[in-house]
Design a binder for this molecule. Structure first.
Ligand code: NAD
Length: 333
């Protein structure tokens, strides 16, 4: 088991779940986020919880003191609606990863995980709904998603050079859409699985059986359940594999197909309204999992239907609790 482990971005979706997971395994965890504690999606009493703005080098030095391993999940990010409209904010996350790497080096951190994204892949490879799944080598020649994707690709290379020049064991996971309970489900940063679950739950709760869909609904994606994400992240962190690796599901679904799944779980049929002016991202995206199977002997496998069942129920409960005036309680089990 690792010594003290820092989870950066611990107030967010993946970071919060990772803190809970590591603490349950008995790992000593320092959990850091810039949000006030009452806005953290989950907070774990067993962890050292700290509120720090990791764009600042000083804060990164404090966060990494005495730490053996760092998981960097901190970034200013969201779904397409957010990243298409906030390119500068997305690029400023470069400060977090750069300063965390510098502080990690100064404090003798042994291992460092960076959460990259499928947005590093060029749009030109994602223009068909049924195009070939994305292989890691497809990231070059580079033309990533403007703003968010460029920051991820640049930070991947920063990790690579800190490993080559300064000997920190950096590991890079390219996440493809992650979903599950305790994720963002409203406010403009949510992604398709949470947004569609929220709209379906609202239809059930209000009796207005309609849904707005961004684009024509034929665009395709793959969605990885949070439990697979955590497993892949920890396996990659402790493997010998030093290059960027896809961590994503290869179960391809159209957005219309995702709505079908949620309708079945929610027990409603919704009248679909297509908003063709809304941000819709690339036309088709799937993860090629040949490399992860080869290097980790494993790949994400939780079926979308099973993962969405838990996600929809969680979002429905949040909305029902709110409607009944019961506050959401951030907690760690
Ligand atoms: P999230 O937005 O839920 O969590 C990110 C957290 O980082 C937030 O709590 C935020 O407050 C924190 N943060 C932002 N700026 C900070 C700062 N200056 N100092 C300290 N904390 C700061 O996002 P998430 O879904 O948990 O994503 C985690 C990581 O995985 C991010 O790097 C993201 O780019 C990457 N990723 C996520 C997905 C996905 O589908 N969720 C897909 C690809 C990549």
């Amino acid at each position: 088991m690792a010594g003290l482990t820092l989870v950066a971005g611990a107030g967010g979706f993946i970071g919060g779940q990772l803190v809970r997971d590591l603490a349950a395994e008995g790992t000593a965890v320092r959990a850091v986020d810039c949000k006030p504690f009452d806005l953290w999606f989950q907070r774990c009493d067993e962890a050292q919880n700290q509120m720090l703005d990791l764009r600042e080098l000083r804060a990164c030095e404090t966060a990494t003191k005495g730490v053996e391993e760092v998981y960097n999940l901190a970034a200013d990010m969201g779904g397409m609606g957010f990243i298409e409209r906030n390119k500068a904010l997305c690029m400023l996350s470069v400060l977090i990863n750069t300063h965390l790497l510098m502080a990690a080096r100064a404090n003798g951190v042994a291992r460092f995980f960076f959460s990259s994204s499928a947005c590093v892949y060029a749009d030109s490879r994602q223009r068909e709904t049924d195009g070939p799944p994305l292989k890691e080598s497809d990231a070059y020649p580079a033309m990533p998603e403007d703003g968010y994707g460029w920051e991820k690709l640049f930070s991947e290379r920063m990790c690579r050079h800190f490993r080559e020049d300064f000997g920190i064991a950096t590991r890079i996971g390219r996440y493809h859409n992650v979903y599950g309970p305790f994720g963002t489900w409203e406010g403009g940063r949510e992604k398709a699985p949470a947004a569609i679950s929220r709209k379906a739950a609202a239809a059930v709760l209000t009796g207005r059986h309609e849904i707005e869909i961004w684009g024509d609904g034929e665009q395709t994606r793959s969605f990885m359940h949070i439990d697979d994400c955590l497993k892949g992240t920890k396996m990659l962190m402790h493997s010998d594999f030093v290059h960027p690796l896809n961590i994503g599901s290869d179960e391809l679904v159209s957005i219309n197909g995702l709505v079908d799944i949620v309708e079945e779980i929610a027990g409603v049929r919704l009248k679909r309204r297509y908003n063709l002016d809304a941000p819709k991202g690339v036309r088709g995206r799937n993860s090629d999992n040949s490399l992860i199977r080869r290097v980790l002997g494993w790949a994400p496998s939780i079926k979308l239907k099973d993962g969405m069942e838990k996600t929809y129920r969680w979002i429905y409960d949040q909305m029902k609790m709110r409607a009944e005036g019961r506050p959401f309680v951030a907690a760690c089990g």
